[in-house]
Design a protein. Sequence first.
Length: 369
Amino acid sequence: MPTIDIDSAARDTAPRHRRTPTRVRPAGRLHRPLLWMVAAMAALMLVSVGGMITDDRILLGESVWLKPFKFGFAFMLYGFTLAWLLSLPHKGSRATWWLGTVFAITGFADVGFIAVQAARGTFSHFNNYSTDTVNSIGQQVFMSGVPGLFLANLIIALILSWQRIVDRPIARAIHAGLALAVAGMAIAYQMGYTGKQRVRDANGDIVELIAGHTVLDDAARSANMARDGMGGMPITHWSTIGGDLRVPHFVGLHGIQVLLLAAFALAWLAPRLPWLRTEHARAEVMGVLALGYAGMLSIVTWQAMRAQSLIHPDSATLAATGGLAAIMGLLLTVIYLRNRATEIDRADDPTQPLAAKSRLRTPGAQPLG
């Protein structure tokens, strides 16, 4: 008669209690310091709208309150995205919580100085007015705050880049989006090499800016002309007379929102398009979209560095854009054909249950599982 090892069976059937790593925080709890920063940015946007309506002072052709509004919007959007991202369970959450806090504090300080300078009718970035005590203190805030923002975002990206904290399509959007944000922040450092310019603030005082956003050819740059206030586009005020490094800076920073929206759109389309039903297919599409977005960032950076306005592309820029679009179209077509063939094979597989075949062949049916 066979015998049973009671001790062994008890060991096999006994519930196993595993210690939950303390470095992983529960999902769903948004990063509170970042949410405080988001709330402050939303309040600044409201104040800035009121300022644009009631305050007629102009700085480089735009309301003194437009810059605080744009920075408030950008930090509100990115801060909320980062707060959501850090709420997902991941290894190293204790470190990322502190890095998110650093981002929130430095973001609040930097944008706060921008708002203070707007209220004073003068410049925040690149202002070399050394006899102005408030400006001198604010420039020290920038010198410490901007690297703080960059390094915090860089380390968060490095910590999360090796982790799959959600499904593959969204994970690819997060990894690529964080890398794009780091690249967008790094591009901003190139603004420091665009050359000096002498400008007039809203109070009528002449101020020297040690750098700017607009990239002109060497002759125009050496002329010390006020290039940032000339030929700006509506709303964004990006330059129309030369390259503008704010374009790739903007494109890089907000890549994560664009890619996450694309990932959510693919998940919504999956039950409606059979070839997108598998996670693998959606991850492949996200990889192509991330590659295309990185290519677009490279093109607008290259365009700006060649002193070329976004709305005045030359033949080289158009050729590069067309080539990128063609490559993306080809890759997406290959993914579509391969996954469509896979769905057809699954529908024709005699081993598949009849109900499963019906779901595979019915447009708009829910995916298996």
